[in-house]
Structure formats: C-alpha cells, structure tokens
Write a protein that binds this ligand. Structure first.
Ligand code: 2AM
Length: 177
C-alpha cells in the first residue's frame, strides 16, 4: 500500500518567500520548502496495482497551463486538534477543473476518495497546542500575503511516507499540462 495524492508544487522562488514567513510561532511544525504544494486530490492508501491504474488515468486529467496566485493566510481546525496553517490560493477555474479531473481519475481507477469540498491551500505548518493569541498575531502579520501569479504547467502524483518529523513526500510521476 502507498499513500498518494495529486498536487501542484509551489515554484522554488515563491516557496522561498513563503519560507521567510515560517517563523514566530513556538510549537509550529513548519513544512520545508520542497514540501510546499497545492493538493489537487488526496487518494489515501492505495494498492500497487490500483496505483498504476491511477497513474495512467491521470494522463487524461491535464488542462491548459494556467496562472495561480497565492493570497492571504488562514487555518483549519480548532484549539483542540492539530491545526493546519496555510497560505490561500486565489479562485481559479482551471485549478478547480484540474482538481475535479484528478478526482474523476480516482473513480475510474477504483480509488475511494472523501467527498469533501475542495479548498485549495498551501500548508505552511501544523500546530498543536500553539498559543491562540500568537496564532492570531501571526495571521495579522501575514494576512496581506500575495504572490505574483506563477505559471502552472505540470502537476504530480506524490507518495507520502509518515516519518518521525512529519510526512515526507516523493514525486512518483509528473504530468505536463
Ligand atoms: P493539508 O496540507 O491540509 O494537510 C498530503 O497529505 C496532502 O494531502 C496534504 O496537502 C494534505 O492537506 C492533503 N490531504 C487532503 N485530505 C487529506 C486527508 N484526509 N489526510 C491527509 N492529507 C490530506
């Protein structure tokens, strides 16, 4: 079994700018630069044969290359669970279409996925028991975050391995748009 998801990687130069904001929150587990991405679809644990089917179905998911802009910050979760601190993604029709096709590819490959609303974001950190006021202050300081638009001309199928210092992601297959 392998834990898989489809995602768009954040370009390094944008990631470097985000990384400079990854400070000032004791207890935050900041994601490293090479792990910053916008998830398109999360597939969960998948058997090897199914993973191969999924990888080939994803060749049909491509849309035209498009631009994406990061904007604002936010958090999922509450004080009682691990919170996800993220950078937002400006609404993008092609991104929504691509994410929908990545879900459709899962259906064709026989992968069950959660029927959650798609809320694109770039996770910057996971927080457990972080000071609420500090999180609030961090958000105020970073709420005006806005990236220049960056070109999305590929996406990837990634595997995720749980390690002691958080998940490690590996690019399994890349798809050109
Ligand atoms: P997150 O960044 O908000 O944690 C790999 O785990 C990627 O898939 C992460 O970007 C994660 O989102 C996303 N994802 C979506 N649904 C998930 C789930 N049920 N469990 C773990 N990760 C999920």
């Amino acid at each position: 079994m392998v834990r898989l998801f489809a995602a768009v990687a954040v370009p390094e130069i944008i990631g470097e700018a985000l990384a400079r904001r990854q400070t000032g929150l004791p207890g935050a587990r900041w994601r490293s630069l090479d792990q910053l991405h916008v998830t398109l679809a999360f597939y969960g644990e998948v058997g090897e044969r199914t993973a191969d089917d999924l990888a080939s179905e994803l060749t049909r998911a491509a849309v035209r290359p498009f631009d994406l802009t990061l904007s604002g910050v936010g958090a999922f979760g509450d004080d009682h669970q691990t919170q996800t601190l993220w950078a937002g993604v400006e609404a993008s029709e092609p991104l929504t279409v691509l994410a929908g096709r990545c879900r459709a590819a899962a259906e064709r490959a026989g992968v069950d996925i959660e029927r959650r609303a798609y809320r694109p974001h770039v996770t910057l950190a996971y927080l457990r028991g972080a000071d609420r006021d500090r999180v609030g202050a961090w958000m105020i300081n970073h709420n005006l975050l806005k990236s220049p638009p960056f070109r999305v001309d590929r996406f990837g199928l990634y595997s995720s391995v749980l390690a002691h210092d958080g998940s490690q992601y590996a690019l399994e297959r890349e798809y050109r748009l």
